[in-house]
Design a binder for this molecule. Structure first.
Ligand code: GLA
Length: 427
């Protein structure tokens, strides 16, 4: 299928460019693990921008997106069902708000260039009204090229018109995906000139950012261009609320772990209103074990990543629901300081991540990326490296129990499992 072929082609490029970008960010971004932050003031600032428009994404967006499970099978009925489940499962109360339709909703343009939905979505305005009637918000998908990644109509040459259309439907969130803009515009207009190609790309995102602003409607702007050209450096200034940092996620541990490793050094670019996006959640998808699902969710919390569930909500298993509904882990993700965590140290295949939270609290995630570590050879936690001095009382966020952290304490972890704790300040 053309769409898939295209996707693979662009991702292999994305990944190689991403390596360069990571190295650059690592050199520029090497900074000491610090307890101070000025982000609190920003997070606490008024919810309106200077233009008077409501500020969006002051904490990482939470919701659901159709792609990771349904892909091309998404339709009006499925989106309504997802909205219903978000309410009935308690996900809405836990903070999941956005119901996002990904690729494959698009139909044809009419003689005036107005884009219509395809037969899977008979009435987008009615669907948006339905989602809004549940107290939720609705998101949609497009791209700057002539076609989307799955080969449906993109926004090239119709940016203002599309933005106005979304606003008229009541859309609250746009994911804007690069795909065909690469061969159809960047490579055609600037053959063999990578720098010029990147300028075209940035301009295309800027164009849609402005078109969205011109609607006067607060719409979350999600950039999806796989992290090309250090997107974290330029997206916030144009009003990007989140930006993908890598190629696509898969419901497989190795892919999730590789994406996590690519987030290092990017923490300084995140903050209220503008977040690194390591891609949508795969919790409950594929053959991920419960430990892997837990670790995935824990790390997305530490990374201040958008929490966009990507599973089949009407058929969600109870153990998956309890992961997605873990209020303590969500609280780490949504912490009002808005400070993304980082990997503090690794010891063999065990990684120790931490995130500073409002009120001087600290979230710590100890991840066993390798094989099991039982009492014969457990991992020993180094509190000093985390800036913690002496015994700490903490909460284990997966058992809900109190836990005492002592210097050098042994931590037994099954393969791909996590110990996630929260230490209240003042350590
Ligand atoms: C790209 C994106 C995915 C998804 C698909 C849809 O692969 O990275 O997240 O939106 O396109 O075609």
């Amino acid at each position: 299928m053309g769409g898939i072929e295209f996707r693979l082609k662009s991702f292999s490029k994305g990944e190689s460019m991403r390596v360069i970008a990571t190295l650059t960010a690592a050199v520029v971004g090497l900074s000491l693990f610090s307890f101070t932050s000025q982000m609190g003031a920003q997070a606490a600032s008024a919810a309106k921008s200077t233009s008077g428009m409501e500020k969006v994404a002051q904490t990482p967006p939470m919701g659901w997106n159709s792609w990771n499970y349904f892909a091309e099978r998404v339709d009006d009925k499925g989106v309504r069902a997802a909205a219903d489940e978000i309410v009935s499962t308690g996900m809405k109360d836990a903070g999941y708000v956005y119901v996002n339709i990904d690729d494959t909703w698009e139909g044809e343009r009419d003689a005036s260039g107005v884009l219509h939905t395809n037969s899977k979505f008979p009435d987008m305005k009615a669907l948006a009204d339905y989602v809004h009637s549940k107290g939720l918000k609705i998101g949609i998908y497009s791209g700057p090229g002539p076609k989307t990644c799955a080969g449906y109509a993109g926004s090239l040459g119709h940016e203002e018109q599309d933005a106005q259309l979304y606003a008229s439907w009541g859309i609250d969130y746009l994911k804007y995906d690069l795909c065909s803009f690469i061969p159809e515009v960047m490579e055609k207009q600037a053959p063999n000139d990578k720098a010029a190609q990147m300028k075209l790309m940035v301009a295309a995102y800027d164009k849609m950012a402005n078109a969205l602003k011109a609607t006067g409607r607060p719409i979350v702007f999600s950039l999806c261009q796989y992290g090309w050209d250090a997107v974290w450096e330029w997206a916030p200034a144009m009003g990007g609320n989140l930006w993908r940092t890598t190629g696509d996620i898969d419901p497989k541990w190795d892919r999730i772990y590789s994406i996590v490793s690519q987030q290092e050094g990017l923490e300084k670019y995140a903050g209220p209103g503008h977040w690194n996006d390591p891609d949508m959640l795969e919790v409950g998808n594929g053959k991920l074990t419960l430990a892997e699902n837990r670790t995935h969710f824990s790390l997305w919390a530490i990374l201040a990543a958008p929490l966009l569930a990507g599973n089949d909500l009407p058929n969600m298993k109870p153990e998956i629901k309890s992961i997605l509904l873990n209020k303590d882990v969500i609280a780490v993700n949504q912490d009002r300081l808005g400070k993304q965590g980082s990997r503090v140290y690794s010891d063999g295949e065990v990684d120790v991540w931490a995130r500073h939270l409002a009120g001087g609290a600290l979230a710590v995630a100890v991840v066993n990326a390798g094989s099991d570590r039982y009492s014969t050879h457990p991992f020993h936690l180094n509190l000093a490296k985390l800036g913690l001095h002496g015994t700490q009382s903490a909460k284990d966020l997966w058992t809900g129990k109190k836990i005492e952290l002592t210097e050098g304490m042994p931590v037994e972890l099954a393969s791909h499992d996590v110990l996630m704790v929260r230490v209240e300040g003042k350590q």
